[in-house]
Each structure stands twice: as C-alpha cells, then as structure tokens.
Design a protein around this ligand. Structure first.
Ligand code: TPP
Ligand code: MG
Length: 227
C-alpha cells in the first residue's frame, strides 16, 4: 500500500481512503502551469467516491480543465459493506455529470475495454479537454484484509467471478480466439509470472528484519523524546 517511486512519477499511495485524489489534481495543475504534456492519473475505490475530497478535487479539476483522469475501481464492496447498503448512486461514473466532465463506465474485467477508454481519457486530457471520471466495474477475489471472514458475500459469488470473470483468463481467451497467443505461450507467460512472484516471496521471507535504528528513516514528523 505504501509504495512510491518518484523516478517513475509514481507519487505513492497511503492508508487514508480517497487521499490520492486531491494531490493528483495538484500535479495536474502543476503540469498545466509548466506547459508539459503530462497527464495525472489516480486510482481509488467506490468507497473513496463517498468522501468529500473526491467531490472537492473533481470540481476543481473540472473548473480549471486540468489534465487528469480519475479512475474508480468499483468492486461493489467498501471494506465489509456491499455498495447498495451505503450508496444511493449505483454507478460512480454517473456522478461526473455534477461536475460537467465525461463519466465513462467500463467492464473492468475486460482489458481491451479498459485500455481503449483509458486511451481516450488520456488523449482528451492531453488535448486540453479536461478531466474524465473513468469507472471500472470490477470485483475482488480475496477479502478486504487477512482477517476478513467475508460474511457479506457467498462463496458461490466469489467462485462465479473467479471462474468466468477473471480478467487474465478473459484476455487469454480473447487472444487465443484470434490466434495471437498459443496455449503454450499462455502457459509459459503464466509460469514466468509465477516464477517471478515466488522468487520475490522467497527473497522477502529470507531477508532479515529491519534494524530498530531504521524506525525513523524517512519519517518527516519530529520524534519527541519520551521521558
Ligand atoms: C478516511 C478513511 N476512513 C475510513 C477508513 C477505513 N477503511 C479502510 S478501507 C475502507 C473501505 C474503502 O472502500 P473502497 O474504496 O471501495 O475500497 P475497497 O474496500 O473496495 O478496497 C474503509 C472505510 C480509512 N482507511 N480512511
Ligand atoms: Mg470497493
């Protein structure tokens, strides 16, 4: 969650729901003032779309016609709560109308659909057309966190999505149908990816714990001595 890499223009994520939306509007303002062709993109959940920062930042992005794409991954759940229990508007993309920007809802499990909609939104932003609110309808295969007993949904529902709506499987099928990918290539790619993940896991498990002195490294807030 707390990953950032400025060398890749990746400004980071944090544990405050919806906290990335306003800074992304800020970086879009910076690129507009500097006259670069950069487009800022942020990703957040459907729960984040209920926060004040979502509305405030998008209203500003629209007013100043900033080069930004607001991407909402709507997985139908907000931590342990089904969306319909807490939201009166089903589609997050519909909220774009309040700010006079395009709201586009796509099947988030369909890689090609997401790719095309994202490309259009980035092009619009780059050409001075202002922000887009892009909603990807998706699902989460696992619980919100390790201790999540997932009592808010059935095992059948999860299985149905895993079996029939897995975006990796769907893309593989799409490509095999067009003879862009053979069964063997598909398996080799998956084996490659699994190998990379297993090596990273092993590296993490075999690495030593950080030393106690490191606790203040990169911490901006002053540490007060406790008497
Ligand atoms: C400002 C704030 N309020 C509450 C929380 C606790 N919290 C963590 S995740 C979450 C739900 C967020 O829903 P969504 O954006 O849909 O993300 P998802 O659960 O689908 O990953 C909440 C309320 C938080 N981290 N930050
Ligand atoms: Mg969600």
């Amino acid at each position: 969650m707390h990953v950032a890499d400025f060398s890749l223009n990746m400004l980071g994520a944090n544990g405050i729901v919806g906290a990335g939306i306003a800074p992304t509007t800020g970086t879009a303002l910076a690129s507009k003032l500097r006259g670069t062709d950069q487009v800022s993109v942020c990703f957040f959940g459907d729960g984040a779309a209920a926060r004040g920062t979502f509305h405030e930042a998008i209203a500003m992005g629209s007013l100043w016609s900033l080069p930004v794409v607001y991407v909402c991954e709507n997985n139908g759940y907000q931590q342990w709560v089904p969306r319909e229990n807490v939201a009166v508007v089903d589609s997050v993309a519909d909220m774009a109308a309040s700010y006079s920007i395009p709201g586009v809802s796509v099947d988030g499990q369909d890689v090609v659909e997401v790719y095309e909609a994202a490309g259009e939104a980035v092009k619009r932003a780059r050409e001075g057309g202002g922000p887009t609110l892009l909603e990807a309808r998706t699902y989460r295969f696992y619980g919100h966190s390790l201790g999540d007993e997932q009592q808010y949904r059935t095992a059948e529902e999860v299985d149905e999505w895993k079996q029939n709506r897995d975006p990796i499987k769907l893309l593989g099928q799409f490509m095999r149908d067009r003879d862009w990918l053979s069964e063997e290539q598909d398996q080799a790619i998956q084996a490659d990816a699994n190998g990379e993940i297993n090596a990273a896991t092993q590296f993490a498990e075999e690495s030593p714990w950080p030393s106690a002195e490191e606790v203040t490294t990169d911490v901006v807030a002053p540490i007060q001595e406790v008497a």
